[in-house]
Design a protein around this ligand. Structure first.
Ligand code: ATP
Ligand code: MG
Length: 409
């Protein structure tokens, strides 16, 4: 009897028609990278599932990582036994130690149709066994505990515990997007939503250093470090914005400052997108949340960009966004105090219905090309990789020893 790790891939990956092998290959590579340094060894692979041998002591760390691994529908710790009833009963006996529940069900899945028992027969026999050992009752719907048994040609797998993954597509399968990261609550969630759809996200943060402190830069770095766990490789551009702001403060109507800041942010982000080969931008705007996010202002801001600007949070309210930020672990960083660039001489009464004509008139007094070039020149680029440290010593490769039929659902 051995403990193994079974990883099921996100069901949407099965719907990719002719491109399916490409998506699955990327998902599998992503899962393997997530387990880096844990001495996980691939034992078997099916179209939608992977089976790893994993040292017992690596399980807690593997669990933490897989809960954040995009493309993973769910994963389970499983016991592998010979494919016969007695061996399965022995495995169940081991799992039952120290467990207490009042109702349960057995779910059997057979990919080896030569196994002498049908799935319902196996469920009944193992059900009677568990009932006798625990006194718990069988309950098909809403049972407290479910035991999943899979019969393969040369082995049986019994799930000991199962956890959901985040789902989503693995990074990079959908192309590149540049996401504007402010250090607030919203933009990290927006970037994550696009990562979850398989975009490779490049982050850009605009900071007011040296006009204000470098706090927002440090926050952006901490958020990037956190988001790297979803994408494994992540680049953050830290762009000085104070020159742009100085010009806007001097030359544009006060009420229009934030709208102009935003337009310049999009322009600079678009220049970075060109360098990076990204085809879209992303912001954390949510319709009507603050003055800069009225429909009129979004409309005027948007026209500074030629690439599509994705706003995955546009229809979400703050409570929903906050819950997601907590789930992905960026919330505690986002609420740290900072001095972000938009508070710099921000007007008390910002325009809520910006007019393009006013914006264009003000911008005609600014040297856009020079300002953008300067910001790009002085930027700092930081790259993150995850998982970083190897937590267990590397073991020698072992060849796969199983290779059989589909294992799904
Ligand atoms: P967030 O919580 O993401 O800061 P917000 O509700 O504070 O959003 P705004 O400050 O109006 O909204 O910013 C709207 C969007 O503009 C942000 O979500 C982000 O994508 C982008 N943005 C704002 N400030 C910056 C910045 N300093 N650097 C990069 N992007 C920014
Ligand atoms: Mg903000």
């Amino acid at each position: 009897m051995e403990t193994l790790l079974l990883v099921n891939l996100f069901h949407e990956l099965a719907l990719k028609g002719g491109n399916r092998p490409f998506f699955l290959k990327r998902a599998k590579a992503h899962v393997k990278r997530a387990l880096k340094g844990l001495r996980a060894q691939l034992e078997a692979a099916w179209p939608m599932a992977l089976l790893f041998h994993l040292p017992e002591e690596a399980w807690p760390e593997a669990k933490e990582r897989l809960q954040d691994t995009l493309g993973v529908e769910g994963f389970a710790r499983v016991l592998r036994t010979p494919p016969d009833l007695k061996a399965l009963e022995a495995a169940l006996e081991r799992v039952l130690e120290g467990e207490r529940f009042l109702s349960f069900r057995i779910t059997a899945k057979r990919s080896d149709k030569t196994f002498p028992l049908t799935s319902p027969e196996l469920e009944r026999l193992l059900g009677a066994f568990v009932k006798e050992r625990t006194g718990a009752r069988v309950q098909l719907k809403g049972a407290e505990r479910e035991f999943v048994v899979r019969i393969l040609p040369h082995a049986a797998l019994l799930e000991v515990e199962r956890h959901p993954g985040p789902g989503g597509l693995p990074p990079g399968v959908s192309g590149k997007v540049v996401a504007l990261l402010s250090g607030g609550i919203d933009s990290p969630v927006a970037a994550y939503r696009l990562m979850r759809r398989g975009a490779e996200v490049v982050l850009v943060h605009f900071h007011p250093f040296p006009l204000l402190s470098g706090q927002s830069r440090e926050k952006a770095k901490a958020i990037a470090e956190r988001l790297a766990r979803f994408q494994h490789r992540l680049t953050l551009h830290l762009v000085p914005f104070s020159e742009v702001q100085r010009e806007i403060i001097l030359k544009a109507p006060k009420a229009y400052r934030v709208v102009l800041y935003r337009r310049y942010m999009l322009r600079i982000a678009e220049a970075i997108a060109k360098e990076e080969g990204a085809l879209a931008l992303c912001t954390g705007d949510s319709l009507g949340q603050v003055a800069s996010q009225t429909l009129e202002n979004l409309h005027v801001v948007n026209q500074a960009a030629t690439l599509p600007v994705f706003r995955p949070l546009i229809g979400f309210d703050k409570v929903e966004i906050k819950a997601q930020a907590e789930r992905i672990g960026t919330y505690p960083i986002s609420i740290l105090p900072d001095e972000e660039c938009c508070i710099l001489f921000a007007p008390k009464h910002p325009v809520t219905r910006a007019q393009l004509s006013v914006v264009l008139e003000a911008e005609s007094r600014l040297d856009a090309e020079a300002l953008i070039a300067l910001a790009l020149e002085d930027r700092e680029v930081v790259r993150y990789t995850w998982p970083g440290q190897k937590t267990l010593p590397e073991a020698s490769e072992r060849p796969p020893i199983m290779g059989h039929g589909p294992l799904n659902g």
